[in-house]
Design a protein around this ligand. Structure first.
Ligand code: AMP
Ligand code: ZN
Length: 459
């Protein structure tokens, strides 16, 4: 079945096939490890993981690279402000390395909780300083970069066109150009490839331009080229990366290799909180940890992400997480019912469901439609192991641990009440039995009578 993906570069859904054979080479801009990753950051990671899983569902193998930015990302995405790592290190009275190690670990813990696969190659910026220096040297050699007293800049006027992803028109921008911090810059959109370190700067390396450190954008170009070659299949990231970081990556790649590094550029939209921006100052920069602390499984958050396309904004509220936590339990119960079922379901019905699901995920990862197929399977009147098997196959994309059995800790008090009810039933004291059942219900549990006795469920 053909796979269609939306390409930010062409602004349309295009048929996807890897450049070479069955392997997809993909690059994702990874975290800057100076602070906790929020559930917003995690939305982007879930989108990328679904993409990975859909590619695998289609029979492809992956060579997926994700970088860890541990140097060079300044407080503004332009070339202004302090390095985010250094700022955080100073605030927390730690070294940048300690900060990086601490937040990298937390980031991967979150990925694990959300059942997000680790990319085949994870690479740190600070481990690739020589590759970045070579890249900058090549840009200077090719006439795309120049040195000032503070930095090496990329000269955007040397490009035939700057702004292929965002559609920015440099001519119309010139009039209202921003106030420059460095008046040696030739054009307002020129950006720093390499930055000369002021005295006492915490992170700096020897280079042909003295003690200095890399700019943020050069990291991805150098690591992408090293692991995936000059061109690869897919480049992903959050939507905020389009106008600066990704334009600059493309500019660097054209300057050094003469081509755009990726054929498909894919971007995940933002998560909103209660309809607005999420931010530390607003007190709503929620973490996966906060979801757990409220008693929800992180996978309920993953399921919530399937309620709309990765290309539209999604609104987070605690009510919606509550609803998704309940839906996750229903999904797993539905799976168990099929697993324990022996009713007849024809192969045609199974293939029809499979085809609908496959078509949905292949339509630019249309998870709302894919989930509607999943629910149709769950609710299918005949309970069959064949459908349980199909759901397990779907779960290679959903990653919701559909076969997980709910472990509910039933309080001792409820167990005792259930035993008393059982005794009342044995004595045919139906009034007493109903009274105890209502009491249990009022405490948030339900007694379901089965042929072997009863089950207690949390409601
Ligand atoms: P930050 O650590 O805030 O720079 O974010 C790292 C990356 O996570 C960003 O470049 C975005 O691609 C992504 N991101 C940040 N905030 C959100 C959000 N609210 N929704 C989705 N993705 C986000
Ligand atoms: Zn990047």
């Amino acid at each position: 079945m053909d796979l269609y993906l939306y390409n930010t570069l062409t602004k349309k859904k295009e048929k996807f096939e890897p450049q070479e054979g069955k392997q997809v080479r993909m690059y994702s801009c990874g975290p800057t490890v100076y602070k906790d990753a929020t559930i917003g950051n995690m939305r982007t990671n879930i989108f990328q993981d679904v993409l990975r899983r859909v590619l695998k569902y289609n029979g492809y193998t992956l060579k997926h690279v994700m970088n860890i930015t541990d140097v060079g990302h300044l407080v503004s995405d332009g070339d202004e402000g302090e390095d985010k790592m250094i700022k955080s290190a100073k605030e927390m009275k730690k070294t940048p390395l300690q900060i990086a190690e601490h937040y990298t670990k937390l980031f991967f813990d979150d990925l694990e909780k959300l059942n997000i696969e680790t990319p085949e190659i994870v690479c740190k910026a600070t481990d690739h300083i020589p590759e970045m220096i070579e890249y900058v040297k090549k840009l200077i050699e090719n006439g795309y970069a120049y040195e000032t007293s503070t930095a090496i800049y990329f000269d955007v006027s040397k490009l035939e066109r700057y702004g292929v992803l965002s559609g920015i028109d440099l001519q119309s921008q010139k009039a209202g150009a921003r106030v420059e911090v460095d008046n040696e810059k030739r054009n307002p959109y020129d950006f720093a490839l390499w930055i000369k370190a002021p005295e006492n700067h915490l992170m700096k390396w020897d280079s042909p331009w003295g003690l200095s450190y890399p700019g943020w954008h050069i990291e991805c170009s150098a690591m992408g080229k090293k692991y995936l070659g000059e061109t690869f299949d897919i480049h992903t990231g959050g939507i905020d990366l389009i106008p600066t970081h990704h334009e600059n990556e493309i500019a660097q790649s054209i300057g050094a290799c003469g081509k755009n590094p990726a054929r498909f550029w894919m971007h995940g939209e933002f998560l909103l909180i209660n309809g607005g921006r999420m931010g530390k100052s607003l007190g709503n920069a929620y973490l996966i940890k906060d979801i757990e602390q409220r008693g929800y499984e992180p996978l309920a958050y993953r399921l919530f992400n399937y309620s709309c396309s990765y290309r539209v904004k999604i609104n987070f509220t605690w009510e919606v997480i509550e609803a998704n936590a309940k839906a996750l339990i229903k999904l797993r119960e539905g799976y168990q019912k099929h697993l324990n079922g022996n009713e007849d379901v024809s192969d045609d019905i199974v293939s029809e469901f499979e085809e609908k699901f496959h078509k949905a995920i292949n339509d630019d990862l249309n998870m709302p439609i894919a989930m509607s197929v999943v629910w149709d399977v769950i609710k299918y009147k005949n309970k069959s192991k064949k459908l349980a098997e199909l759901l397990k196959k779907f779960d290679t994309v959903l990653a919701l641990k559909i076969d997980k059995k709910e472990e509910v800790d039933i309080p001792k008090e409820i167990i005792e009440l259930a035993e008393q009810r059982s005794l009342a039933r044995q004595n045919k004291d139906w009034n007493e039995s109903d009274k105890i059942r209502d009491d249990i219900l009022s405490k948030g549990y339900e007694i379901v009578d089965t042929k072997d006795g009863y089950e207690i469920k949390k409601i």
